[in-house]
Write a protein that binds this ligand. Structure first.
Ligand code: HEM
Length: 417
């Protein structure tokens, strides 16, 4: 085959059917650094490995504008989001996120708000007796992040908000009812937050100084103008939604404690360095983002192979986290690896690679790590039992999750600490 030729057969259906294994399997079978394929009718290349990470996160090679398909923009990220910006426009919007999320005081307050919500939720869980952890933790996270961000929401409003935010993540990469629920959830939340943005801008609503909603509502783009209220709402949701998505990692953390109970003991004993190592291993081991996508910025060359301008470029994340050339025994859950050697941000890339300040790497890694380090030990100390249930984590399902959502039984009236 001509080195620049792309196969005619479209791979969107195999991707949807195979899920996380699609790209790593194809890359394993493929010889050479650039796998050529076709997705949504467009020519695409898939790249893997540390050199590919460096290549992908260089704007001279890969840009984001126009790369994300409409179904992903209408569910997961929103139209006009930072994810699809390039150059100075991206830098300015990204600095707004980092100003909020990389500030240690903000992070401390977000974690404190979430722990408060956890402590308030546990007695209610005890009253109910049986709880689906993924959903219950989503509500804890929604209460924590919404109040930290400056949203004035009542206790009754927390569950519907959590449900909508979970739906946006759960339905982005699937056809059928989950996808339509995700679109509706996004529309509903964007409408209500856009109205709040307008009220903040015209001064009819006053929010606590410096809170996330105020910062985003009053942020101006490179042209000195406010983005449309709907776009500001998209960016508020780009803080709320992924923070609530940490509930997936909480369910995975519970899965790891159940499957390998020695972890539970060390977490319950409040060993802070172990909590960090466990958190990083949960992020490495369990499936979340399968890959990231951009578009070739021009006619570019990777490892001697040409990639024409506009080609869809995929960077393998899930496969990277399980590559035996990078990780010893990659399919073994072993927090100890991060005690032996602290996490190297260029090697551990479940939330993207490169530098968050200059590229598209996730600005929320500190939030994910901070929240899990605090919640995992609380989960380990929770006096509960795990009934028989289906804990299968199917790699075909995007986003993957323990099928049952991780059900626990709590004894009435027991104390945690
Ligand atoms: C729940 C776990 C999370 C996962 C698995 C995750 C994963 C990712 C990934 C894969 C990217 C794309 C990187 C790229 O395009 O190169 C990303 C970007 C982003 N994430 Fe996260 N993330 C998580 C949590 C968070 C949190 C907690 C926040 C904020 C509070 C956040 C905010 C963002 C934003 C704003 C971007 C866009 C960055 C840009 O385009 O420059 N994420 N995330």
């Amino acid at each position: 085959m001509d080195r620049r030729a792309f196969p005619r057969t479209d791979n969107t259906l195999p991707l949807l059917l195979t899920g996380y294994a699609w790209l790593p399997n194809r890359l394993r079978r493929h010889r050479g650094p650039v796998l050529r394929t076709r997705l949504l009718g467009r020519p695409a290349v898939a790249l893997h490995g540390p050199d590919a990470v460096r290549f992908f996160y260089d704007e001279r090679h890969v840009r984001r504008s126009g790369a994300l398909p409409e179904p992903v923009r209408s569910t997961l990220f929103g139209h006009g989001a930072v994810h699809g910006l390039d150059g100075p426009e991206h830098q300015l919007r990204k600095a707004m996120f980092l100003g909020l999320l990389a500030d240690p005081r903000q992070l401390e307050q977000l974690v404190a708000r979430t722990v408060e919500a956890w402590d308030a939720a546990v007695p209610a869980w005890r009253e109910r007796g049986t709880v689906v952890l993924l959903d219950a933790v989503a509500e804890v996270l929604a209460a924590g992040v919404a109040r930290w961000a400056g949203l004035d929401i009542s206790d009754d409003e927390v569950a519907p908000l959590a449900r909508d935010l979970v739906r946006m993540v759960d339905g982005f990469a699937t056809p059928g009812p989950r996808h339509w629920r995700a679109r509706l959830a996004r529309r509903r939340q964007e409408r209500s937050i856009a109205a709040l943005v307008e009220s903040v801008r015209d001064g009819s609503v006053q929010l606590p100084e410096g809170c996330a909603v105020q910062v985003v509502a009053l942020h101006r783009d490179a042209d000195g103008q406010f983005p449309a209220p709907r776009v500001a709402a998209v960016e508020v949701l780009n803080i709320l939604r992924p923070t609530v998505a940490v509930c997936w990692f909480a369910a995975f953390a519970a899965h790891a404690m159940h499957r390998w109970p020695e972890n539970r003991g060390r977490l319950a004993a409040d060993d802070a360095s172990f909590a960090t190592a466990f958190t990083q291993e949960v992020r490495r081991f369990y499936p979340f983002a399968p890959f990231v996508a951009g578009k070739a910025a021009g006619d570019v060359t990777f490892a001697g192979e040409s990639v024409p301008e506009g080609t869809l470029v995929l960077l393998d994340l899930y496969g990277h986290q399980h590559d035996p050339a990078l990780w010893e025994d990659p399919y073994r859950f072993r927090p100890q690896r991060f005690l032996d050697e602290p996490a190297d941000p260029q090697k551990l890339i479940p939330q993207g690679g490169g530098d968050p300040a200059t590229g598209h790497r996730c600005p929320g890694e500190g939030v994910v790590v901070g929240l899990l380090e605090s919640l995992a030990p609380r989960l380990a100390r929770l006096d509960c039992t795990v009934p028989d249930q289906d804990l299968t984590i199917s790699l075909r399902r995007m986003i993957a999750r323990p099928r049952s959502g991780f059900v626990i039984h709590l004894a009435r009236g027991a104390a945690e600490e």
